[in-house]
Design a protein around this ligand. Structure first.
Ligand code: 4NP
Length: 157
């Protein structure tokens, strides 16, 4: 039997993009009846223990999802065996993830938008220095990715 998919989304701070990706995938998987584990983390440690950025929280709420209880954490070595898939939100974080992979890593480490038709090779832009329109764009990107992931994981069952 195939292992239940376990997906970790990784950005820099774990307060903007990856918590939104986590929320979007949880929601899409639940709608599709897909049994999947979902989490998020950051390559950086500046925001460890903090809730998502207020603008990310507001964006998720606009789409009916409360992410206020999430707390930022940093990627750790055990993540590379605990998760089947680790998705970087951008190229910088993909590079960092690959550099930090322990020798016993089993997770597939990939760029998130490489799994989305028409978006291969693209990064989810960092909205941290932007405004609410940038956060909405992040939501659209991670929602499209969540739908693509659910379709791919559902067809493997
Ligand atoms: P995220 O956004 O990586 O999508 O969570 C950022 C959050 C914080 C910082 C940069 C990006 N920062 O420099 O503190």
């Amino acid at each position: 039997m195939r292992r239940r998919p376990a997906v970790l989304f990784v950005c820099l701070g774990n307060i903007c993009r990856s918590p939104l990706a986590e929320a979007a995938l949880r929601s899409a998987a639940s709608r599709a009846g897909l049994d999947i584990a979902v989490d998020s983390a950051g390559t950086g440690n500046w925001h460890v223990g903090n809730p998502p950025d207020r603008r990310a929280q507001a964006t998720a709420l606009r789409h009916g999802i409360d992410i206020s209880r999430l707390r930022a954490r940093q990627v750790e070595s055990a993540d590379y065996t605990r998760f089947s898939h680790i998705f970087a939100l951008d190229h910088d974080n993909l590079r960092t993830l690959r550099m930090r992979a322990p020798p016993n890593a089993t997770a597939e480490v990939a760029l998130l938008l490489d799994w989305v038709a028409g978006r291969v090779g693209m990064s989810v832009a960092d909205p941290y220095h932007g405004g609410s329109a940038d956060f909405e764009k992040t939501w659209q990107d991670v929602s499209a990715a969540a739908e693509a992931l659910v379709a791919r994981f559902s067809s493997r069952a």
